[in-house]
Design a protein. Structure first.
Length: 318
């Protein structure tokens, strides 16, 4: 643990020192400067007009870490610290950064549901990539990451983060509803809080990207708790019934998010329209800090999955 902490600090110090240097000499925004530091580490090139002194400085900082072997999780945690600092520089809320504990809990459920290797993972609102990379680092599968976002800077951050951790990745800068894919093994998605709900975008996003999911595979969506109370719910439910099962709903502790209470909705792509699902995973998750409550909840989940597996085996033997 001590080595991991030191390596997180070491990697953070590398890009933070360069980002602060570029800010001091040219008031270059922190997050963009982070990206330049990543570019220099990956390509030995920095797309920024530096004099000899500046080039010598970034080279010196790179040399401090060039021989160090960082794990993917050490890199991700260091970059997350940089993102928090960068958003603070911009006076932007960090509420849209998915909490690590949520990604780790999601990966726990994914490991329960997938026996075969995951080859393609899609995050259709990838942001800077924290959710999808948290999941992949924890399930320890070398899947290809496909991400979509309409923000250029976030796309560059997600792409560079994937490259730094050595994940095969394709990050597309475009509107998520204009993106199409096929035979995706897993979709993870943290929907943004939507203030104006006349046209409820989450329904559109989910319905659209279910078409990319392979048969009987899963979509994990972080939703607001008023998700099922919107005007277009009946229309969405009819569309959903054709495409997928509502497999589970995990109500998250209200301590996890400051701005809105949220849940994890789990959907499973139907093999055909007539497919029926008899079991539904419904969990009220306590605070992750409530150790006793979490242990009881995990026991409840383990029991549900054990029962599901036994019923599946009985069905297959008939």
């Amino acid at each position: 643990m001590m080595k991991e902490t030191n390596n997180i600090e070491l990697f953070y110090d590398y890009f933070d020192s360069i980002a602060m240097y570029l800010y001091d000499v040219n008031k270059h925004p922190y997050l963009e400067s982070m990206n330049l530091a990543f570019q220099y580490l990956l390509e030995d090139y920095i797309d920024f007009p530096l004099d000899e002194q500046g080039l010598a400085y970034v080279k010196q900082e790179k040399n401090k870490i060039i021989e160090v072997e960082f794990t993917p999780e050490e890199i991700r945690k260091a970059v997350q610290l940089g993102l928090l600092k960068g958003y603070k520089h911009m006076n932007v809320s960090n509420a849209f950064l998915t909490p690590d504990t949520l990604g780790l809990f999601m990966s726990y459920l994914i490991k329960k549901l997938y026996d075969e290797p995951i080859q393609f993972v899609l995050d259709p609102m990838v942001g800077s990539g924290n959710l999808v990379y948290t999941v992949l680092n924890d399930i320890e599968q070398d899947a290809r990451v496909i991400g979509v976002d309409n923000d250029k800077l976030k796309c560059e951050l997600a792409r560079n983060l994937g490259d730094l951790m050595d994940y095969d990745n394709q990050i597309f800068m475009q509107d998520t509803l204009s993106f199409f894919a096929n035979e995706i093994d897993l979709i993870v998605l943290d929907l943004p809080i939507q203030e104006e709900k006349e046209v409820y975008l989450p329904y559109q996003i989910i319905s659209h990207h279910l078409d990319s999911l392979a048969s009987e595979k899963f979509m994990f969506v972080v939703i607001e708790n008023d998700f099922f109370e919107q005007k277009q719910m009946e229309i969405f439910k009819k569309e959903l019934d054709v495409k997928a099962h509502m497999f589970g709903l995990i109500k998250l502790s209200e301590t996890l998010f400051k701005n809105a209470e949220k849940s994890i909705l789990i959907l499973q792509k139907k093999a055909n329209k007539e497919d029926k699902l008899t079991d539904f995973l419904l969990i009220n998750l306590p605070s992750f800090e409530d150790q006793e409550g979490m242990e009881l909840t995990i026991q409840q989940i383990e029991l549900w999955f054990k029962k599901r597996k036994e019923e599946k085996n009985e069905s297959n033997s008939c």
